[in-house]
Design a protein around this ligand. Structure first.
Ligand code: PMP
Length: 529
């Protein structure tokens, strides 16, 4: 190490190495609109057309001038940013603005209370924690009811007005059956309590679709389907049962397979018998209306219908994660209504902060809300004045001119999709599928694990083909695209609403270029050798 020079390579050096192998280790020095800028060897700025869009966090473009001017103004006037435990009127106005939009999208008046957080995964975890509080309160009501029934039955047994029925002992797994009625009742209750204690000590389960992505924190990563992200940390948090999006009937089957009951007692005609009470096994069904990291897959309407039907039947809340699909990206503020999905909870993050602030929110339906949650959940940075006001500004821009930006996202998306479909029609042997809605699109490449060219084949087999395609597009065409987090052969397009027709043309040329190289299996050109 050079004395005096700061040491380098301490911030995730392994990731940096991987980026280098696929030509993605570029440093950006400036960002504006739909472009990032790097410097060439002569120190001149080179614009790179950005379809990664901060993983979906810059719907309005990098450093949107209105957001930046507003942020500057807030800082100049010394806005209190961290004034925890005081009246948070900015956050309250933001919650009201979000509610106004939700009312319009839902077409009804039900309110949603807001719990603010800092990142996407954190908003998911706040929603999940609230859902678990709700479940534990329901469990407590159930066990209180059972305890009351046991005491009422005990009084009848003591008074000689009831005896334990023979079948009841069998149900409760009691082998020793004392002749004395009161001792018999005690033995029955001990059996019931054994069964119930076992059930009550089990952690809850979650339901989520295969391909789901909800973050990488301790709890949220267990809702993220990708094995590589999830499996090593399994023992840290409650588990999900993952359901294929094309098998809506599997939702009911999974619920039935996991059904559990607590034992309760009832007295009928002087006989104490044991009955089942359904136990709330599931904490929540968590899903994205359009899966982002899973490869841009929309929830089919039949799946959405079955989620609601089954969850309503068993009293399980539905958490709709709009962290990637929300904030207008798909042509409306939320993507869920178009998918026929109504959330009891919504999570928003990414573009909520306008590409400048880091903020997120869990919105909780009034009929599900427990106000005590506010006293047991918080974060130092959540609900700060700066982020709240920036998010309000973002909503103002999105809602301006009767939602012109939503319409722009929808139109741009249709234009992009038409272009992608044309490229696919020209290269059906290279591009397998194009899909998505608005500015949330995916281009799936055919697997190349059997390619003749060893370089292409090896990359495909190690799961890096999508990243190598991204490297080629960046190197040769100054276009920035990445694969989705879990479906690595699908490139994701999440440009900003500032994308222009010229930008779409540039992408067309770039995609046709990489498709030609892949069709020719020109490994050397592909990898820039
Ligand atoms: N949910 C969804 C749907 C996401 O796409 C993401 C991020 N890609 C997250 C949650 C996690 O957000 P964050 O990275 O801000 O924790």
């Amino acid at each position: 190490m050079n004395p005096g020079a700061p040491e380098t390579g301490l911030a995730e050096p392994h990731l940096a190495e991987i980026l280098k192998t696929v030509s993605l280790d570029v440093e950006y020095v400036r960002a504006a609109g739909n472009h990032l800028f790097r410097l060439d060897d002569n120190g001149r700025e080179v614009p790179v057309l950005d379809f990664v869009g901060g993983f979906g966090s810059v719907l309005l473009g990098h450093n949107d001038p209105e957001i930046v001017a507003y942020a500057r103004k807030l800082l100049d006037k010394q806005l209190p940013i961290h004034a925890q435990f005081s009246r948070a009127s900015h956050a309250d106005r933001l919650a009201a603005a979000l509610n106004e939009i939700l009312r319009r999208e839902h077409g009804d008046d039900e309110r949603y209370f807001a719990i603010f957080a800092n990142s996407g995964a954190e908003a998911v975890e706040a929603a999940v924690k609230h859902a678990e509080l709700d479940r534990t309160l329901r469990v407590a009501a159930l066990t209180d009811g059972i305890a009351a029934n046991v005491e009422a039955a005990r009084a009848l047994v003591r008074a000689g007005r009831a005896v334990v029925a023979d079948g009841a002992f069998d149900r409760a797994g009691v082998r020793e059956r004392p002749q004395d009625p009161e001792a018999g009742f005690d033995a029955l209750v001990a059996g019931i309590e054994r069964h119930n204690a076992h059930r009550l000590s089990a952690p809850p389960l979650f339901l989520a679709p295969e391909g789901a992505f909800h973050g990488k924190l301790m709890g949220s990563v267990q809702l993220t389907h990708n094995e590589a992200f999830r499996a090593p940390f399994r023992s840290l948090a409650a588990q999900a049962r993952f359901i294929p999006l094309d098998q809506p009937e599997a939702i009911r089957k999974t619920v039935d397979a996991e059904r559990a009951v607590l034992y309760d007692v009832v007295v009928v005609d002087g006989s104490v018998t044991v009955v089942d009470r359904d136990f709330p096994v599931f904490c929540a069904f968590v899903l994205e209306p359009i899966q982002g990291e899973g490869g841009i897959h929309e929830v089919p309407p039949e799946f959405a219908r079955e989620v609601r039907r089954t969850c309503d039947a068993i009293g399980c809340p539905v958490i709709v994660d709009e962290i990637q699909s929300g904030m207008g990206r798909t042509g409306s503020f939320l993507a869920a209504p178009a998918a026929g999905l109504r959330g009891d909870y919504y999570t928003l993050a990414k573009s909520l902060g306008g590409g400048v602030a880091k903020t997120s929110v869990a919105l909780i339906r009034e009929s599900h809300y427990h106000k005590e949650f506010e006293l047991v959940h918080s974060s130092t940075f959540a609900k700060d004045g700066f982020s709240s006001l920036i998010a309000l500004k973002v909503l103002e821009l999105l809602e301006a001119d009767g939602g012109a930006l939503y319409r722009r996202a929808g139109e741009l998306g249709r234009g992009l999709l038409a272009m992608l479909e044309a490229v696919r029609a020209e290269f059906p042997d290279v591009i397998k599928d194009v899909r998505g809605r608005g500015l949330m699109l995916g281009v799936e490449f055919h697997d190349r694990s059997d390619a003749e060219a060893p370089a292409v084949r090896d990359l495909a087999r190690s799961g890096f083909l999508g990243y190598a395609v991204a490297g080629y597009l960046l190197r040769e065409h100054a276009v920035r695209l990445f694969p989705t987090g879990s479906a690595v052969n699908t490139l994701r397009l999440e440009p900003s609403v500032r994308l222009t027709d010229d930008g779409i043309d540039q992408l067309r040329t770039a995609l046709r270029g990489v498709c030609s190289v892949l069709r020719a299996e020109d490994g050397q050109r592909f990898l820039g050798g």
